[in-house]
Design a protein around this ligand. Structure first.
Ligand code: ADP
Length: 254
């Protein structure tokens, strides 16, 4: 397997903070993995995600994603890296309320300079596959939580990122919708999408990731494979590669 994400002895100390938010963490994630990062509130999960996404820089250590030294990118370079290599989804969706579904999904492609026609084709294809095509002209306020997260996922995938980062993606929806989002993410991963998921839900981590990394006080305290069998037994999702979502993220890669 190819290493996609590599952290070497990464420490992040916020200005004035008495202790490091991330303390000498080394971690490798292969292309195609689904990894859950777990830990109590304040343990450093979001910081870790931000360091991988290049929204924050480590105090020391190296962060690599693919061929990029993310920690050494300029601000403009990091912005370009995020637009093209990373898709992010968040607990509260972070959609733009004054833009329709289709325009929310299109925006990152437009910002990345994708040709208008190609961007539109890709966005339309994604919203159809995520089963929100019928909501294309709706504004986020009119959508359910599950629909909003589907829009956020479509937006995250529009530039065909190598890495999908999810920060508590089911934290703001009910259990049934959370399961639906979890299955969707697992389906994307079954099709080859590398996924790093931050959660403090043990259930989500064990059902929808294949590897669980626990952190506490900014340090990795365990890194284990999710037990095989739990996945298909508890979710009803076939993890052997059968397409459960209808979303093809890899087949359309150029
Ligand atoms: P988690 O996502 O696990 O809740 P965070 O990564 O948000 O943890 O936070 C880890 C530690 O870093 C916490 O002690 C938090 O208070 C601190 N922290 C997070 N962001 C900042 C910031 N921008 N400035 C100063 N301290 C921060």
């Amino acid at each position: 397997m190819n290493t996609l994400v590599q952290l070497d002895n990464v420490t992040k100390r916020y200005d004035g903070a008495p202790v490091a938010a991330i303390d000498d963490v080394s971690l490798r994630i292969d292309a195609g993995e689904a990894v859950a990062i777990m830990g109590p509130s304040g343990s450093g999960k979001s910081t870790l995600l931000n360091l991988i996404a290049g929204t924050d820089r480590p105090t020391s250590g190296a962060v690599r994603v693919g061929s990029e030294r993310v920690d050494q990118l300029s601000e403009a370079g990091a912005a370009r890296f995020r637009r093209t290599q990373v898709g992010m989804i968040f607990q509260f969706f972070n959609l733009l309320d004054d833009m329709t579904v289709i325009d929310n999904v299109l925006l990152p492609a437009q910002l990345a300079g994708v040709k208008a026609r190609d961007a539109r084709l890709r966005a339309e294809e994604l919203i159809d596959r995520l089963q929100i095509g019928h909501r294309r002209d709706a504004y986020p306020a009119r959508l359910s939580g599950g629909e909003r997260q589907r829009v956020a996922i479509a937006r995250a995938l529009v530039n065909k990122p190598s890495l999908l980062l999810a920060d508590e993606p089911t934290g703001a929806v009910d259990t049934a919708t959370g399961d639906e989002i979890g299955r969707l993410l697992l389906g994307l991963n079954a099709e080859g999408q590398t996924l790093v998921l931050v959660t403090h839900s043990t259930e989500l981590a064990h059902q929808y990731a294949r590897r669980v990394v626990h952190i506490a006080d900014g340090r990795t305290i365990s890194d284990t494979a999710a037990p095989t069998g739990t996945l298909s037994n508890s979710t009803g999702v076939n993890t052997t590669g059968v397409n459960t979502t209808g979303v093809n993220t890899t087949g359309t890669r150029s």
